[in-house]
Design a binder for this molecule. Structure first.
Ligand code: PLP
Length: 341
């Protein structure tokens, strides 16, 4: 199938990651996280997030979020997130069903939470009739491809910590945020007091596998039971660990994220002035969001697949990935120009 702009999930596996799987596929190794690869990958995570980081591999991003919520909340508690958060709109209610907590979805601005909305919602503390908010969950980068600046994150996390809330980051694409902000992972997670990060790899070149990074040691104590009970303890753990090991070696994660970001910026530049196109979000990570005339969609998608993000406004999401090529962008821009004539 043609390379399109459907999702970074549509891209295949980065060749170096694929090679790491072949290298790990030698002989026998102990299972359930007791292998050498898991030990080494955990050390790499500690290099990036600090020595207190405890790392638990799971199969996918939804599982990372759900198990994180199970560790962070009790069933009478709630979680603040945005109305566009993946945990709110794209996980089939899994956090509510499996963690038992209530999600409180707040109005967002460009995909981001804001202090005034949080203030309005932070009410009825100690009221036995009301689900008590326990967690602030931020998606970084956001579902709309925007990135919280370091200052924005500081302000939101400070607000939460002042109110004794815990902080979760849905970092399905955290590498893309680090590349965009040009900071280390630690600077916008551990150093700001984040409790748990759902750390993705799949969308940035891995075959599959995500990591729950627990930075608050009290929350790590029972996590191995939560993960197993949630059906998320990988038996052949070496095959998730080896991918992350390679991901961190020679900063492959950054190379891939830098490439996807550059491709998104190039895509933005190539299409932003085409008549009929209205860019709706700042392309700060590896996605461009734009409204186009509905009549263009079918023809365009015959050549390059992408999602219509909002069926009412025809806002579309064009996402780049590790394998996006300049020729894909030129071809896509050409097709758009032809439609605009
Ligand atoms: C922001 C965000 N979080 C979590 C996920 C969940 O990932 P998965 O589909 O692996 O469960 C996704 C997937 O698209 C996502 O975009």
């Amino acid at each position: 199938m043609n390379r399109g702009f459907g999702s970074d999930n549509h891209a295949g596996v980065h060749p170096q990651i694929l090679h790491s799987l072949t290298l790990a596929n030698q002989g026998h190794a102990p299972s359930y996280g007791t292998d050498e690869w898991t030990a080494q990958a955990t050390e790499k995570f500690k290099d990036h997030f600090g020595s207190q980081a405890q790392v638990f591999f799971v199969f996918n991003g939804t599982a990372a979020n759900v198990t994180a919520m199970r560790a962070l909340t009790r069933p009478y508690q709630s979680v603040f997130c945005t109305d566009v958060a993946h945990i709110n709109v794209d996980e089939c209610g899994a956090p509510e069903y499996l963690a038992g907590c209530k999600l409180i979805a707040l109005p967002s601005t460009n995909g981001k939470l804001t202090i005034p909305e949080l203030e309005k919602a932070f009410v009825r503390r100690g009221d036995q009739h009301f689900s008590q908010t326990q967690v602030l969950s931020l998606t970084q980068p956001t579902e709309l491809g925007t990135v919280y600046s370091l200052d924005e994150m500081k302000e939101l996390i400070f607000w939460a910590k002042e109110r004794q809330l815990r902080v979760h980051i849905d970092g399905a694409r955290l590498a893309n945020a680090a590349a965009a902000l040009k900071v280390s992972f630690k600077e916008f997670t551990t150093d700001l007091g984040v409790d748990i990060v759902s750390f993705g790899g799949t969308k940035n070149g891995l075959m599959m596998g995500e990591a729950v990074i627990i930075l608050n040691k009290d929350l790590a104590r029972d996590f191995k039971y939560i993960r197993k009970q949630s059906g998320q303890l990988p038996s052949k753990s070496r095959f998730i660990a080896c991918q992350f090991l390679t991901y961190f070696e020679n900063d492959l994660w950054r190379e891939i994220a830098d490439h996807s970001l550059k491709m998104a910026q190039d895509l933005y530049s190539a299409v932003c002035e085409i008549p009929g196109i209205e860019i709706t979000q700042k392309p700060e990570s590896n996605a461009v969001f734009a409204k186009i005339p509905s009549s263009w969609v079918k023809t365009l998608r015959e050549k390059y697949f992408f999602y219509v993000w909002n069926e009412n406004t025809f806002e579309c999401r064009w996402m780049t990935s590790w394998d996006t090529q300049p020729s894909d962008i030129q071809g896509f821009a050409k097709a758009l120009k032809e439609l605009s004539l």
